[in-house]
Design a protein around this ligand. Structure first.
Ligand SMILES: [Zn+2]
Length: 253
């Protein structure tokens, strides 16, 4: 049976001399594994659509849940990402997060859209990397149902205050009065700016998501908060994140 799916290659794996397995995040079927035969041969017709960060309409033969690449029509190819090590490292982290999550989640077109938009801005090079990282991390959590409750203090509903406390495990806010003398472990302090950024990333429409601009002094802080939120919510540490951080190490790129 032939089927046509739009999708983004998140990872390619070599098989033997000539073939690859592709992990493709698709619009309708979520993450699928596709066998791409002969694509490593010179001048193979499907070579260019069998590489990481190619977004294309894939025509696949499907049999018993296994997919074989037939042909594909490229829509957008993000190969530029490979020309810059920091951008490549960040894209690899995004992919690792998606590969981890997609095995447990239902197909979610907004997640694919978030990734495509993030790659677009990574290639444009007009957004700080830490801003793109924060947007991807927190928005991804929101899209898969791990959205924090950001309406206000979870006890008295106060909407904002010069300082609020963000409980990363519970995914909720406290004002200082309601937080009282609880343990500060797993809690981040948010001033009004940081709270605004976090609300924007979690809640605003996708079309305005990347219009956020944060002063540099906030970016490190914001990046640290969204990163911890992901790690605590998923209970997992990602090696590609360590690699990205080893390259950037506190710099704002
Ligand atoms: Zn309160």
């Amino acid at each position: 049976m032939l089927t046509t799916l739009k999708g983004l290659v998140l990872r390619e794996r070599s098989v033997g001399e000539n073939d690859k397995f592709l992990d493709i995040l698709t619009d309708c079927e979520g993450l699928i594994e596709v066998s791409a035969k002969g694509v490593k041969k010179q001048n193979a017709k499907n070579a260019s659509v069998s590489q990481a960060y190619c977004y294309a309409e894939y025509c696949l033969s499907e049999s018993k849940g296994r997919y074989i690449l037939n042909s594909a029509e490229p829509i957008r190819v993000f190969y530029d990402i490979g020309t810059d090590i920091e951008r490549f490292a960040l894209a690899s982290y995004f992919s690792e997060l998606l590969l981890y999550i997609a095995t447990q989640e239902k197909p979610n077109n907004e997640v694919l859209r978030l990734m495509l938009n993030s790659l677009h801005f990574l290639c444009l090079k007009n957004r700080e990397l830490l801003l793109l990282k924060s947007i991807f991390e927190l928005r991804l959590m929101s899209e898969i149902g791990l959205i924090p409750n950001l309406i206000g203090c979870c006890e008295c509903m106060k909407y904002s205050a010069p300082q609020m406390l963000f409980d990363l495990k519970g995914g909720r806010l406290y004002c200082e009065d309601c937080f009282g003398s609880r343990d500060l472990h797993g809690v981040e302090l948010l001033d009004e700016k940081l709270l605004h950024f976090i609300r924007h990333i979690a809640l605003t429409d996708m079309s305005r998501l990347f219009s956020l601009s944060a002063k540099k002094e906030y970016l490190l802080n914001l990046s640290n908060i969204t990163e911890r939120y992901v790690e605590i919510q998923l209970g997992k540490h990602f090696s590609t994140l360590d690699f990205f951080k080893s390259l950037t190490d506190g710099q704002i790129l």
